[in-house]
Design a protein around this ligand. Structure first.
Ligand code: NDP
Ligand code: 8X3
Length: 255
């Protein structure tokens, strides 16, 4: 029987690349996001290309009731076990010094990156406990390990994800559930477009002068971590492009 992966935030970027990577390796998929048109198109294309089973769940991870209702609709006949949960849905909103931070930006980042991850995890973890098997992959960031100028609250949310991964690993250890934190550096997705609220020039400028990670680079690493022998768990995986040392130090080219 094919294994099942549930990926949050599959409508774009790293989540969408994970969907492709797992589909082409014979996984069945439960894919989530808020943009129904994208989820519908992705499901159709993956089913046609890879003949995998795909269920889409359209909901906002910030809303607990929506999350509970969506997870409750998982078709347990087609997806009797959730082998892997990839908590990927997340975002940065705005970039400013902390004394000038926007309350709405702060709320959307905390509600999505921290509370959203908790909502989905809280619904799925009991299933994994009952199954006696499971793997939770939390998409964190280099911003979980260091902070950078004007990154304050985004970095704080990813530091929180780091703490939650460590906590999950301890609390779920008796049940044989693996927990992996994946911490990418700069990766060219819709991330900067979302952060800068649709300002394409500002978003593109983030990746000027160096070659960032692609979402499929990150999906490859995630897939690797998810397909190791049962007794092996990668706890913490940080990956950056060649010209990035950490969250706040990137050079334009190597000598
Ligand atoms: P994208 O903007 O391309 O993708 C973000 C995904 O998250 C989308 O599918 C979006 O779907 C989903 N999402 C956002 N908010 C919500 C919400 N409230 N409810 C449900 N889904 C939501 O960015 P990335 O692929 O880059 O980001 C994926 C993860 O990777 C994030 O957690 C990000 O913090 C992290 N990351 C990104 C890095 C980068 O440089 N790009 C580096 C390090 C970490 P929809 O809008 O349809 O809801
Ligand atoms: C997302 C990338 O560089 O803003 O985590 O931290 S960055």
């Amino acid at each position: 029987m094919n294994r099942t992966v549930l990926i949050t935030g599959a409508t774009s970027g790293i989540g969408q690349s994970c969907a492709l990577q797992f589909a082409k390796n014979n996984f069945n998929l439960i894919l989530t996001g808020r943009r129904l048109d994208r989820l519908t198109a992705l499901k159709a294309s993956l089913e046609e290309q890879y003949h995998c089973a795909v269920q889409i769940l359209c909901f906002d991870v910030r809303h607990l009731e929506e999350t509970k209702q969506a997870i409750a609709t998982i078709d347990t006949t087609r997806f009797p076990v959730i082998d892997i949960l990839i908590n990927n849905a997340g975002l940065a909103s705005g970039m400013s010094t902390i004394d000038e931070g926007d309350y709405d930006d702060w709320n959307v980042m905390i509600d999505t990156n921290v509370k959203g991850l908790l909502h989905v995890s809280r619904e799925v973890m009991p299933m994994m406990k009952r199954q006696g098997v499971g793997h939770i992959v939390n998409i964190s960031s280099t911003a979980a390990k260091d902070v950078y100028a004007k990154g304050n609250v985004y970095c704080a949310t990813k530091h929180a994800v780091d703490a939650l991964s460590k906590s999950m690993r301890i609390d779920l250890l008796p049940y044989g559930i693996k927990v992996t934190s994946v911490n990418p550096g700069a990766c060219e997705t819709e991330f900067s477009l979302v952060r800068f609220k649709g300002d394409e020039d500002r978003a593109n400028a983030v990746y000027d002068g160096f070659t960032p990670l692609t979402p499929s680079d990150v999906a490859d690493a995630i897939y690797y971590a998810c397909t190791l022998p049962t007794h092996v768990c990668i706890n913490d995986l940080t990956l950056t492009c060649l010209t990035q040392a950490n969250a706040h130090y990137t050079i334009k080219k190597t000598v």
